[in-house]
Design a protein around this ligand. Structure first.
Ligand code: PLP
Length: 296
């Protein structure tokens, strides 16, 4: 068995009702050989969508919320609707074709295909996850960076695709390099009118006393699947949870903050723009235990 797994999704989108679907809609492929054509719009324009799903003990976490977000991103990009039954089975095949490991991830990708054609390119790739224990326990240093859009960008300029999980992550990667230049590990984007948004690949969650808050998702940001699982944990622990507009100044004033994402899970923020924040090791440890064992 390979140290990675690759499933090519041959029937990624819904067929017209009168066209019977004969096969599974995916095939197992060699993860180490080339598969993508150089004219693929995913490669040449970043024109496509993706999801990254955590897998522990062979179980894909929050698969249905990930699939729902995948379908939502497809809609925002005017891509054909993914056939979620095929993708669900392709994810299971990617996990089954990977040697058992404590933590792995599967990445689902759907591109617009070759320029001028109308056949999307699609695959699911699985690999063992990196070691995130330092970020999960010692925490991360973040800087706030202006995203350059107002908080209502999704409403005023939907063509900017804010809130879709597109393959165009060059800006997100550039922001991380800027954070490194400033001596930090990660970023919290802020709207041009001063509201906290999200990380380049994570959701921000703040604690003030008994209140747990995350930025409202109608501000051109993603609805996080990890944040949803985290809210279940916090509610079971007796915290109040809410989605709110949160001003930039509230980050440094929080009792605690985390960046949440699939694969890395909960990374406590130990400093924001150079100001120290307390890391609650016990609460963070229990939150990560919940996220890594969560049944949904
Ligand atoms: N926000 C952005 C921009 C992301 O790319 C991601 C995940 O990659 C998240 C938030 C967190 O989402 P999830 O918890 O579903 O992984």
């Amino acid at each position: 068995m390979n140290d990675a797994s690759l499933i090519l999704v041959t029937r990624p989108v819904q067929l017209a009702a009168d066209r019977p679907a004969e096969q599974d809609g995916f095939v197992v492929a060699d993860p180490h050989s080339s598969q993508l054509r150089v004219l693929d719009l995913g490669a040449t324009r970043g024109d496509g969508i993706f999801e990254t799903v955590s897998v522990t003990g062979g179980h894909a976490h929050a698969l249905e919320p990930h699939l729902a977000r995948f379908a939502y991103s497809a809609k925002l990009l005017d891509l054909p609707q993914p056939d979620l039954d095929v993708w669900r089975n392709a994810v299971a095949a990617a996990i089954a074709n990977h040697p058992p490991v404590p933590e792995m991830f599967v990445k689902l990708v759907l591109t617009r295909g070759i320029e001028g054609g109308d056949i999307p390119t699609a695959w699911v790739y699985g690999e063992q996850s990196g070691d995130f224990s330092a970020a999960r326990t010692e925490g991360i240093r973040v800087v706030t960076l202006d995203r350059g859009y107002r908080h209502d960008v999704a409403k005023t300029s939907p063509w900017l695709l804010q809130g879709a999980k597109t393959l165009s992550y060059a800006v997100n990667r550039s922001a991380i390099r800027e954070a490194k230049r400033r001596g930090a590990d990660d970023v919290v984007f802020v709207s041009s009118d001063g509201f906290l948004l999200e990380g380049p690949s994570s959701t921000l969650v703040l604690r003030n006393g008994n209140r747990i808050r995350t930025p409202k998702t109608d501000q051109g940001i993603l609805a996080g699947t990890t944040q949803a699982s985290a809210f279940e944990f916090f509610e079971a622990e007796g915290f109040e949870t809410s989605f709110e507009m949160i001003a930039l100044e509230e980050l440094a004033a929080a009792d605690a903050a985390w960046l949440l994402s699939s694969v890395r899970q909960a990374a406590p923020v130990r400093s924001a723009d150079g100001l120290d924040l307390a890391v609650d090791a016990d609460l963070t440890g229990r939150l990560n235990d919940h996220l890594l064992s969560s049944p949904n």
